[in-house]
Design a protein around this ligand. Structure first.
Ligand SMILES: [Ca+2]
Ligand SMILES: [Ca+2]
Length: 637
């Protein structure tokens, strides 16, 4: 038995070498990456209201996956994981990047394109990059000979989710550049033409490189809002504009497959089609669907991270096959590297695995994953092993009751989930929490998650601050997801009638009712403080109204238009900890007389999302906590 195993081990490298010993044997690789296309949005996955004949045909001639994952439910981190074979936290791209971001995918990361280029491949990235638009982080500096496309999302332009240049320009975004290689060739290109222009480029690239191995990475800008679609496809589907857009992408896939056929490249080319995350549900009729999965983009529920995936390589991948094993975009790098006669980097941790045994239909081939981790930003929110998925308590975004229309996002509401164990085989929609019935499984998955966090800290290329990863997860878990999210920020207002801290006179906002909230011991509490000037205040009254607990947790997110340092005064007479963006900025563990602004800190708030988390221990029959924005309140209000 042992002997056979050893023999096999020796044979494998020779088999690979003998298949790939000349460049003509190296397969071409095409990865088509749609944006925000949901699990249900291909005909062969049950799409209704539009059709995808080319993709369905690709599935008939190849393999379709039902447990295929991206490594993050958002654009930038999902892309970084695909190209590096690593969890996004590991490579320092855990969140969506804004234009002119000082960070992005480090040039020191090794991408699929760099590995293949070393093997003599011609390489092109055509479409949406979104891994940093600083010149050192653009595609031509990450192994791509050629680049044509947008450096980030098509919504990051002055007209936001409007595909036409109509209405007032948003001050948030500059003109949207279209790049060819290192040069900006156009500003604010016609979004209706993006899919057809990318396709034209892709077809030309294939034709120009038909005699040598090539790697084409085609991340479409669509179907991210604003939805652009050419005239030929506009208004054609029952579903509406989103359906039209998908049908145009399907046409594009058809053009690429046709080009392969015409140039006799079909049997030499592995074509992969998938999406970067689930449907953007908050845009309502402009979003796709993830049915039967729960939630969509931006969440670590299945609808956010399980996506459709089809792969085709005639004579190599069994035609018409459906694969139910767990596979991820991180597997592309190691798998494709081996096919090209190379291997995944060995000087660093790569999370993806070689999935060729699955693709080639090896009998009995199983997923290489014992466990898979669901991150949202740098927060580890869930873990899956086999059919079991454990969510740690976390917040998530949920579409507002009335969804958005025509590309406009409806409001999103903060929802939360406590510690929850789901059996995905029996309950794909994550509806029945079995945590109480299987404490052993909960413990096992928790241990696995802890080990993963430790591994991330020790084996990441980008600095990973353990507190940054742990703070929300551990605090969240303690609170069992019972966050209070609707505490308010108030002010500035005039306080001429202030008398000590007994009274608060609110501004012209709906604020008056919270003057007299009571705690469980029925005391009147007033939780605002001000310094008599035009400063901002946090109302914690509402927070405590919700709570009969000795410990409460509260979390709020503030969106800022720019980076700014806020000077904050803190004081408390209870056990209070406050984290801002993962950094502990205030900690008071003993009861003492409340002194407003006892502790003054300057905290860098960043452009975009900022998270404030509070943990408050009641230490002595009441609550006392003060939070004052001393400088910079106008940025929050
Ligand atoms: Ca996306
Ligand atoms: Ca690199």
């Amino acid at each position: 038995m042992i002997k056979t195993f050893l023999t096999l081990l020796f044979l494998i490298p020779f088999v690979i070498l003998s298949c790939q010993n000349s460049s003509t044997d190296k397969p071409n690789i095409i990865i088509i990456f749609a944006d925000d296309q949901g699990y249900a949005d291909l005909g062969c996955y049950g799409a209704e209201g539009f059709s995808t004949p080319n993709l369905d045909n690709m599935a008939n001639e190849g393999m379709r996956f039902t447990n295929f994952y991206v490594a993050a439910p958002l654009c930038s981190p999902s892309r970084a994981a695909l190209l590096t074979g690593s969890y996004p936290v590991r490579v320092g791209v855990p969140a969506v990047l804004e234009p002119d971001s000082p960070t992005g995918l480090d040039p020191g990361e090794i991408t699929i394109a760099e590995i293949l280029k070393e093997q003599g491949y011609a390489t092109a990235c055509i479409g949406k990059w979104h891994m940093g638009d600083h010149p050192t982080m653009m595609p031509t500096n990450q192994g791509f000979d050629e680049y044509f496309g947008l450096p980030y999302s098509n919504s990051q332009w002055p007209w936001r989710n409007n595909y036409k240049k109509e209405g007032p320009r948003s001050e948030l975004y500059k003109d949207l550049p279209l790049y060819h290689n290192k040069k900006i060739v156009e500003l604010n290109p016609d979004q209706n033409q993006l899919t057809s222009r990318y396709t034209e480029f892709a077809v030309e690239f294939i034709k120009a490189n038909k005699d040598k191995p090539f790697f084409l990475y085609l991340p479409h800008s669509m179907a991210h809002v604003p939805l652009g679609v050419s005239e030929k496809f506009a208004g054609k589907t029952e579903y509406g504009r989103y359906g039209d857009v998908i049908e145009e992408i399907d046409w594009s896939v058809g053009e690429i497959l046709k080009t392969l056929e015409k140039n006799n490249l079909e049997n030499k080319t592995l074509v992969i089609y998938t999406s970067d995350n689930g449907p953007s549900l908050s845009v309502g009729n402009h979003a796709g669907k993830a049915y039967p999965l729960r939630e969509g983009k931006g969440t670590t529920f299945e609808g956010g991270m399980r996506v459709p995936c089809v792969m085709r390589w005639p004579d190599k991948i069994p035609s018409g096959s459906i694969n139910h094993e767990m596979v991820t975009t991180m597997d592309f790098l190691p798998t494709v590297a081996l096919l090209a006669g190379s291997h995944a980097p060995v000087d660093r941790v790569i999370d993806g695995k070689d999935i060729w045994p699955l693709l080639s239909g090896e009998p009995g081939a199983k997923t290489p994953y014992d466990v898979f981790f669901y991150h949202w930003d740098s927060e580890l929110q869930a873990v899956r092993s086999g059919s079991w998925k454990l969510h740690f308590p976390h917040m998530y975004r949920q579409q507002a009751e009335t969804p958005g229309t025509n590309g406009l996002r409806a409001g999103e509401i903060d929802a939360s989930i406590g510690l929850s164990l789901f059996n995905l085989d029996a309950d794909i929609g994550e509806t029945k929490n079995l945590a109480g019935q299987h404490p052993g499984i909960v413990q096992k998955l928790t241990d696995v998650a802890d080990a993963h966090l430790k591994d991330l800290v020790e084996n990441s290329r980008a600095p990973v601050d353990i507190s940054d990863i742990n703070w929300r997860r551990y605090q969240d878990r303690l609170s069992e997801g019972k966050f209070i999210t609707d505490w308010w920020l108030i002010g500035p207002f005039d306080n001429s009638s202030r008398k000590g801290m007994e009274k608060v006179y609110p501004p012209e906002k709906e604020f008056i009712p919270n003057r007299k909230y009571t705690t469980r011991n029925n005391r009147q509490v007033i939780w605002q403080w001000y310094d008599g000037k035009e400063n901002a205040y946090i109302s914690l009254a509402k927070l405590f109204k919700h709570s009969d607990e000795d410990v409460v947790y509260a979390r709020r997110i503030f969106n800022l238009k720019e980076n700014v340092n806020l000077k904050i005064g803190l004081g408390s007479n209870d056990g209070v900890k406050m984290w801002i963006n993962g950094k502990l900025v205030h900690s008071n563990i003993v009861a003492r007389t409340a002194i407003p602004n006892d502790d003054v800190v300057t905290v860098p708030f960043k452009k975009g999302e900022n998270v404030i988390l509070l943990k408050i221990d009641q230490l002595g029959g009441g609550w006392g906590f003060f939070f004052t924005i001393i400088e910079g309140a106008e940025y929050l209000l």
